[in-house]
Design a protein around this ligand. Sequence first.
Ligand code: PMP
Length: 428
Amino acid sequence: KYESYPYEHLLKIRKQNVSPSLVTYYKKPLLLHQGHMQWLFDYEGRRYLDLFAGIVTVSVGHCHPKVTAAAQKQLDRLWHTTNIYMHPSIQEYAEKLTALLPDPLKVVYLTNSGSEANDLAMFMARLYTRNFDLICFRGGYHGASPYALGLTSIGSYKHGVANGFGCQTTMLPDVFRGPWGGSHCRDSPVQTIRKCSCSQGSCEANDWYIEQFKDTLDTCVPKKIAGFIAEPIQGVNGAVQYPKGFLKKAFQLVHERGGVCIADEVQTGFGRTGSHFWGFQTHDIVPDIVTMAKGIGNGFPMAAVVTKPEIANSLAQNLHFNTFGGNPVACVAGSAVLDVIAEAGLQKNSEEVGTYMLLEFAKLRDNFEIIGDVRGKGLMIGIEMVKNKDSRQPLPAEEMSEIWEDCKDMGVLLGKGGIYGQYVHAIG
Ligand code: PMP
């Protein structure tokens, strides 16, 4: 028990001196003291199973000893080089990271957050193509900086100021909530229980969503698309998966119109989806730019943009500078994360544990009217709560919150999200 923390006093300071835009979860916000692997401990010594992985960021466990030791050793030696001097760690990390990506994705730019990585990806796409329009999905989350906010298409994150010039939001090919979908459309061990609208041998839902995508492309300057960005599985919007084959076709259409394709792997990367190290690999595509954050540093603030040499060169025509990006502490922490994922077989673990959880959640779905959908891959799991299965209307926010608060009281931390806040995520 850690009673020396005056909870009420801290809450008062939080209200007075910390930006009110930084919301806390739960009616009585958790005051955390310590973390160890999958566990978090609050100031009263209560233990919680962190199924939200510290918001999808803790890829190898809270305070993993190997990552902590690597960062500690570097902290004692040198924190900072501003990138204008060489330090072995950035080269070592770039070599290790790019070895995990297919050709021609071999050039890394390290940043400090996912928003910053996506800002840079947008910038590179525009510089390289000399085009302006960027396409993104409804329900996508790509960051909160003014630039990336243009790609983030969830109302609760929008503010009443201009953002996102040139960002065109396209229809989300969501086979559960969207107009078309079937029981075998997506790549998940658990199928949707929605009636299938596909004819034998071809997926009609995919064809219809692709038609919609083409319509969006046609609203842009003809043949002049800067790019298209997608999360391989949408995270904040509720582990939404697209029909099989959608991204592959969409990438082809964007390339035909001169654009580059960006995979936002901030949530899906680093083995989380189980079957593959990167989410894009589950779609059988190779993006032109990949952005990553969260799990990359197991909670250490770092992020990256990886691209091919031609695109990376477009940024070298003039100076581009980032004071902290690629600092030695981040690089050694990131490097240790990659080692732990490989040594502990965490990708395989995601697949095995995730598939087990998905199949068990699907049994609950079949027994409870308010569980409309169970979906995801590996340890990226979404459970969509509804009023009832027929209407698929979202469960009212208050009811959803009650379940979520109860889970916390029982010692399990989950996320919640979606356009209506109607789905729970479990991302261990
Ligand atoms: N992309 C995705 C898919 C995300 O989930 C997030 C964060 N929720 C971001 C980008 C932005 O990352 P950050 O909060 O580090 O800026």
